[in-house]
Design a protein around this ligand. Structure first.
Ligand code: 13P
Ligand code: SF4
Length: 325
């Protein structure tokens, strides 16, 4: 603990000397989350902070797609990711070629892309969304049919909330010759990406918790399956779940999301009891440590670069989302 506290002191000092800002996602481990970020939050909140900062350096304590989003919005800044890879199973599930093929097959249909994707995928999209605004972004398009990528479960959750049918072209016989079913008025064309952490939560997890604690309040991230979110009391982005806990007074909460977030809530609010499955830690978020953040600032590593032609096109999709909400 002492070593971590010393690391945090060094990081905070170096942060000032280098005129850097540290952004920390809600999934960072407690020792880091509660000591060094200037701003903490979910993907949308941190994207906004990245767009607004006047510092020279942005150190992103989160995963690569988040740091890339910061670079897309602030190209003149040096953006650093403390770990070399820090990937994401959703970001790795789709390529720019996949989107180009979908556009060929479904001409004129708008493409909404979850921010959990890499820059070249965002560059092929009309607008981005996060878990906090996915439904509102889809509705803002006023289009009967929408391509929504790459999270199958987030798409399923948005389909349920917007009353749209969901179809998966890659599952259908004849892909890529598949045509839209014209009998269905409202359709979301999805993709088969999944979050390797949130896909682990099951309806049984909820049932077991309710048996043990009949008064438990269940919170789920929308990257969980629609069967799971349908049985939860609340589904929302990481920050929306934190706010929910802060604003309610339940005896127990079951948190169906990455496990560190429960640790962070309990550290800030020891009176709240957060039930969670700590086998479900995001291995990519866990790559970001205090030690590596210090080295990141000392050695100016790992610098995030996005080729300018891709960045400009990706920026349009990200800014369209930010300007909407
Ligand atoms: P939020 O935008 O809700 O913070 O989610 C990001 C994420 O990667 C969840 O797994
Ligand atoms: Fe990606 Fe899932 Fe990790 Fe979030 S929790 S960064 S969606 S792998």
């Amino acid at each position: 603990i002492r070593l971590k506290a010393e690391l945090a002191v060094q990081i905070n000092q170096l942060k000032k000397e280098r005129n850097a800002v540290i952004l920390g996602h809600n999934y960072m481990e407690p020792a880091l989350f509660h000591s060094i970020p200037d701003f903490k939050g979910d993907s949308l909140e941190l994207a906004r902070k990245a767009a607004e900062t006047d510092k020279d350096i942005i150190v992103f304590c989160g995963v690569r797609f988040m740091a890339e989003t910061a670079k897309i919005l602030s190209p003149e800044k040096t953006v650093l990711l403390p770990a070399e890879k820090a990937g994401c199973s959703l970001a790795e599930s789709i390529t720019a070629d996949d989107i180009r093929l979908l556009r060929e097959k479904f001409p004129g249909v708008p493409v909404v892309t979850y921010v959990n994707t890499y820059a070249e995928v965002k560059a092929e999209s009309d607008v981005c969304c996060t878990s906090g605004n996915a439904k509102a972004v889809v509705e803002s398009l006023n289009s009967d049919t929408v391509i929504f990528l790459p999270d199958e479960y987030l798409a399923g959750n948005v389909a349920r909330e917007t009353g749209k049918h969901i179809i998966f072209p890659t599952k259908m016989k004849g892909w890529p010759e598949i045509k839209l079913d014209t009998d269905l008025d409202y359709q979301i064309i999805g993709w088969h990406g999944k979050c390797e952490v949130h896909e682990l939560f099951t309806v049984e997890d909820i049932e077991n918790a309710r048996k043990l604690y009949p008064d438990v309040v269940v919170l789920a991230h929308p990257e969980c399956s629609p069967e799971v979110t349908a049985r939860a009391d609340f589904a929302g982005s990481t920050s929306a779940m934190i706010k929910y806990v802060e604003q309610h007074d339940a005896p127990h909460y079951l948190l169906l999301t990455e496990c560190s977030m429960g640790d962070n809530i309990m550290a800030a609010h020891p009176e709240k009891e957060m039930l969670r499955l700590c086998t479900h830690r995001c291995p990519h978020m866990a790559e970001i440590t205090l030690e590596d953040t210090l080295q990141s600032l000392k050695q100016t590593r790992y610098v995030i670069e996005v080729p300018e032609d891709i960045r400009k096109r990706a920026e349009k999709a990200v800014r369209r989302m930010i300007e909407l909400f």
